[in-house]
Design a binder for this molecule. Structure first.
Ligand SMILES: Nc1nc2c(c(=O)[nH]1)N[C@H]1C(S)=C(S)[C@@H](COP(=O)(O)OP(=O)(O)OC[C@H]3O[C@@H](n4cnc5c(N)ncnc54)[C@H](O)[C@@H]3O)O[C@H]1N2
Ligand code: MOO
Length: 395
């Protein structure tokens, strides 16, 4: 049996060249950025009027309150300067501040008087102006490789004129269930059958990171099963098998993989749940054969597939910890992935251990926010102690 730390190291020692690609910005949502983005301009690029109203020269305001309108400055036009400081410029939000003016007063605070505005007492200089370079300077490093592209990243890329983005190429991922007891969700199961839920769980983890996996089922019948396995290996960068890896008479996945030329890296890890995990690789495909129990399958994906995928895509995820709300006792010499629900209390992540019906209890996952990783070599894990926390995500 392999130690969980050693197993993770072995997984992370495997590397494959999945490459990058350059795609239009509109297609970049959910992709992993693989380029550094520098600001091509200051942000804002000019002193930006932040309120609709008028702009005046504050020096003139010291001796007058009535300001006739010299001209109007809409957003999107080069600003005409104010040459006569006894006048004002009507300005719109987003316009560059007209040269010769120093402060903006919004309409709500003004009184109209014919073609002029009456400015109230107590106006301050330099108000309602979003200053040039306040938020960032030309040349700044704005985005580093390894970020998932979401709303904020798209807006930053657009603002700096990055219309074509270099992102990590998506791996071709296949997920295959095994076992003749599982039937598709559309089919009414016989009393001794169950609907296949694990492929939905696993496919959902990938869809959440923008990868659409191929989903199929390996028959227990050797010729059919092995034929499909060979095809899946030929066409994919990453293969997840589910079930058929423990000691049952029909647990032939490891043998079939060996026959198909996949080199085994380890089989069985000193952990609960998910002990029967089998991991291997061929020249071009990384293979995770996850145990069939639904919680074991999820733990295998979060604890091993996730780190592998992030390493391949160049994603850096900050480590997370959570503090146990009550003591956990666990005697076997195994690393325990403890199911927890999470609450944030005064900025601290508190993890409440959950009771459940074992690794086959997929309904317990409905109340689970993630897993606390309780290491081997101890039996008592105290309330108030912090442990690594795995959220239910491959991100
Ligand atoms: N003699 C031993 N028996 C078992 C051991 C062991 O060490 N010695 N390990 C146990 C552990 S731990 C686990 S976990 C399971 C894992 O077994 P397999 O990976 O071989 O998985 P299966 O036997 O095929 O299935 C286990 C369980 O999960 C259900 N299943 C399978 N596929 C799906 C699916 N797509 N959707 C939902 N549920 C699925 C399957 O029907 C079984 O109930 O082995 C223990 N046994
Ligand atoms: O790996 Mo199993 O999950 O302990 O039932």
């Amino acid at each position: 049996m392999t130690d969980p730390q050693a197993a993770l190291q072995l997984v992370l020692q495997q590397s494959f060249d999945w490459g990058n690609e350059t795609i239009p910005l509109h297609a970049a949502t959910g992709r992993v950025l693989r380029q550094t983005v520098h600001a091509d301009r200051d942000q804002p690029p000019f002193d930006r009027v932040a309120m609709d109203g008028i702009a005046i020269d504050y020096a003139a305001y010291r001796s007058r309150r009535r300001f006739p309108v010299a001209h109007t400055a809409p957003a999107g036009t080069a600003p005409l300067p104010l040459t006569d400081p006894s006048h004002c410029v009507e300005v719109m939000t987003g316009a560059p501040l007209p040269p010769g003016t120093t402060t903006v007063i919004r309409y709500e605070d003004l009184q109209r008087d014919g073609d002029a505005f009456i400015v109230p007492e107590g106006v301050e200089d330099g108000r309602s102006i979003h200053r040039r370079a306040n938020d960032g300077r030309a040349g700044d490093r704005v985005l580093e490789p390894g970020r998932y592209i979401g709303a904020a990243e798209l807006a930053a890329l657009a603002t700096y004129g990055v219309g074509e983005v270099t992102v990590a190429r998506r791996p071709r991922v296949a997920i295959a269930s095994t076992g003749d007891e599982v039937v598709p969700v559309q089919q009414t199961p016989l009393p001794h059958q169950i609907r296949s839920s694990n492929v939905w769980q696993l496919a959902g983890l990938f869809r959440d990171v923008g990868i659409e996996p191929t989903v199929s089922h390996l028959s227990d019948e050797a010729r059919l099963g092995q034929e499909l396995l060979r095809q899946l290996l030929a066409d994919h960068d990453l293969l997840l098998l589910n079930g058929g890896v423990s000691k049952g008479k029909l647990d032939h996945v490891p043998d079939w993989l060996a026959t198909a030329g996949v080199e085994g890296l380890f089989h069985r890890v000193a952990q609960r749940p998910g002990k029967p995990l089998w991991v291997g690789r061929s020249t071009q495909t990384m293979v995770f054969a996850l145990p069939g129990n639904p919680v074991s399958s999820l733990v295998g994906a979060l604890a091993y597939v996730g780190p592998f995928l992030r390493q391949q895509l160049g994603v850096v995820r900050p480590a997370r910890q959570a503090v146990l709300t009550r003591e956990v006792t666990f005697v076997p010499d195994l690393q325990l992935f403890q199911q927890v629900s999470l609450a944030s209390v005064s900025g601290e992540q508190r993890a409440s251990p959950l009771d459940h019906g074992g690794s086959g209890d997929l309904l317990s996952l409905l109340r689970t926010d993630g897993f606390c990783v309780l290491p081997r070599g101890r039996t008592t894990f105290s309330a108030g102690e912090a442990f690594d926390f795995l959220p239910l995500s491959l991100r």
